[in-house]
Write a new protein. Structure first.
Lengths: 89, 89
DNA sequence: TTTTTTTACGACACACGTAACAATG
DNA sequence: CATTGTTACGTGTGTCGTAAAAAAA
């Protein structure tokens, strides 16, 4: 089942163009990033990044996912802010 | 940290007006619902439901959360559909 | 007695960080 | 050799369902 951590992880990899750099961003290690991305790819049923020699590049599905993932996390931030401020939709 | 399962759980409780009924909806048991809602309330820092004698009622924060939670889950459904259809944002 | 939520508990699964590996430049 | 992603493993944390409790109608 889809997890928000997977989404945050994917976004970090997409934006930093690297598993190791994403790991630093999220204060964790490469191996955790690796398994999360692989599990995401298993769920999607297709690779999200092309592994090149020394860098990675998002696939077409990766590009699509990124736009939606950003929106979802923005909505969640908005929700959290609304809850503590007691603001109404 | 916020979890999508918590959100689904909260929505089920809100819509069914009961922990037990939510449990049936989600194919689980009351106790799991109870701990998830309590953890959500701990994160929010305030109760989301008023426990009445034989029923529950959402608090003001609960009402606010519900609107946003529904939107978040809708966005996620949209994202999942877009990924398998390769549709662009 | 039935229906509700809460709490305790044991078993299993998952997530995390460490470490080692392979491959590239 | 430095940097990349992958894999294996031990430990801890979490999740799940069962069972029992307490309260109310």
């Amino acid at each position: 089942m889809l997890d928000l951590k997977d989404l945050r992880c994917f976004i970090a990899v997409y934006e930093t163009r690297g598993f190791g750099r994403a790991a630093k961003t999220l204060n964790t290690v490469q191996s955790n990033i690796s398994v999360r991305i692989r599990r995401l790819e298993d769920e999607v049923g297709a690779p999200l990044f092309d592994r090149l020699h020394r860098s990675i590049r998002p696939t077409a599905k990766g590009e699509v996912l990124y736009r939606y993932a950003v929106k979802v996390l923005q909505d969640i931030s908005e929700m959290e802010a609304a809850i503590i401020e007691q603001r109404v939709a």
